[in-house]
Design a protein around this ligand. Sequence first.
Ligand code: SF4
Length: 309
Amino acid sequence: MFYEDCVLCPNMCHVDRRKEKGVCRQGDSVRIAWSGLHRGEEPPVTGEHGSGMIFFSGCPLHCQYCQNRQISGSDGENYGIDVTDDELASLMLSLESDGAATLNLVTGTHFIPSIINAIEKARRHGFSLPVVWNSSGYESIEGLSLIDPYIDLYLVDCKTLDKGTARRFCRTERYTDAVIPCLDFIKDRHGTTDLDAMKGTILRHLVFPGELEATRAFLRVFAERYKDAFFLSLMTQFVPPLGNLDFRPLSEDEYDSLVYLLEDLGIDNGFMQDPSDDDVLWIPDFTRDIPFPQPFADPDPYFLSLKHR
Ligand code: SF4
């Protein structure tokens, strides 16, 4: 019934998704773009064999820099396959039998009612993986309240708290109004992080090129409100989208200034990507069975059977 007057995200479209689509460009049937084991997430989420990812098609945000634009709808593309709730439940079970450390639900906000239905069905058949909610931080309290009882660990972005940066990179200033209530909601319920027990929250922040002051402002807010509650994952390797933004990588001096600021603010709980790391930068190609470079990902066999049916 939540699809009939949809307020699952801060866009608050109030559309009946059985008949029309809102900003996320999705109806009431689940659409997924890829599923399988992925070894590129933060270490506790990845475990020994990988995190069991399900990438949902569509997105309530249409960011300028989106790396998943084939599937997010940022440019009108809507790559993916439609699945029933029963198939989604079977996929969760299949990921567990693949050896996944976690079930990692990527941008599932606009399908929350179906995801809940599938988790409940899967649990009735023995599904027991910790559930990770991998989110942009653009959530409505209405949607979060529904999914929260099913979530063990949040892997949530705080892209920016600056309206100008939000306009430039996320294409909406509304992001900054939505993200703090979302984080406060999560902090109230998952404010103590124990990564060994797969509980709590990892808060991700990506440093946007040329927007270092916005990152500093975010870090000050993080130190004030969230540092005792959340782990921080500070990502410095912006992957430029296909030529639609000016891009200048973070300099060594800028990186060092962030390290000093973290020390000054007493933020010592988390992960920070080092730009000198020999990491692979890529934009996934979801039309392929393995959208990510090897050896980062293995597709789930049941997903492939659905994709090629
Ligand atoms: S999920 Fe968000 S964008 Fe999609 S229809 Fe509902 S309120 Fe609109």
